[in-house]
Design a protein around this ligand. Sequence first.
Ligand code: KDO
Length: 330
Amino acid sequence: IMLASTGMLALLAASMPLNSATAQDKPVIRMSTPASDTDQRSVALATVFGPAISEFATYQPHYNASLVPQGSELESIATGDLEMSITSAQELANFLPEFSIFATGYVHQSAEHQVKVFNDPLMDPFKQKVEDELGIKLLAVMYLGKRHVNLRFPQAEKNVMKPADLAGVNLRMPGSDAWQFLGRALGANPTPMAFTEIYTALQTGSVDGQDNPLPTVVDAKFYEVTKQISLTAHLVDLNYIAFSKSVWDGLDAEQQAVVQKAAEEAAESGRQAQLKKEEDLVSFLKEQGLDVYEPDLTAFRTHVQAQYVGSDFTKSWPEGVLDKINALGN
Ligand code: KDO
């Protein structure tokens, strides 16, 4: 018995260091987002991305900005305090102003257009710069949806048909220059505020409204504390899957390919789910008693685009890129 058990122990001992070393070396991919766990991007990452990389890495999501405050994710990845996030073009524009082109009202036309733009060679120098200057790889583009103006007032009190109708309206927009610029371009009085504070701000009336796509209005329950949505569609919004380059560099080529594919598949799965929700939610929101209506879209588009012409943002756009983006659309 002694011999047998010693033999067994020896066998165990021989296999254990290997196993534990593997478990220890498996990188933990902390992902931080202001989004909830039920947001379609979160769901797609948890159900598609996480399982796809589980053989060699552990996907660990943190929701509701519980790990990193909204807007600090890129810095956290750059300094090694975070491995992954879903970031906006507006946040990237804080570091690389030319990213404001992707944050500009009425530039992206659809979810499909976003994918074409992201996969086009026009995007290569942008991706390269993010890698070189922030140590971040942009793996795929996730669809957030068409952003609309969502206010506390019923339409009878405030009928938002054109930019002038938003004069004096305190509209919460995320806190960065590119976002605030867009809020002003819409004709509103933008107020910077973190995503996680919106619900209470709407409830107490410290802001008059906010802008987000319909799935977010429902997921974050903003419909409980607002009365109308003017379907301005001022931004076909996106988030890029941002991944730490130092973690990436620690993976072998095969693993990198798995991560890349997992990101693309998660993005596609989230995109389809989000598109479906956008389509379905108008009737849900009406049932909840909200006025949901289409404004004068030409008036909004013309006004918003005119605000960008000659602005500091447009000066940062590389020559010819806007034309290339437009050529990939309709
Ligand atoms: C928001 O703060 O309004 C925003 O929609 C901005 C997006 O870039 C993104 O960060 C999003 O919030 C969060 O993921 C929550 O949905």
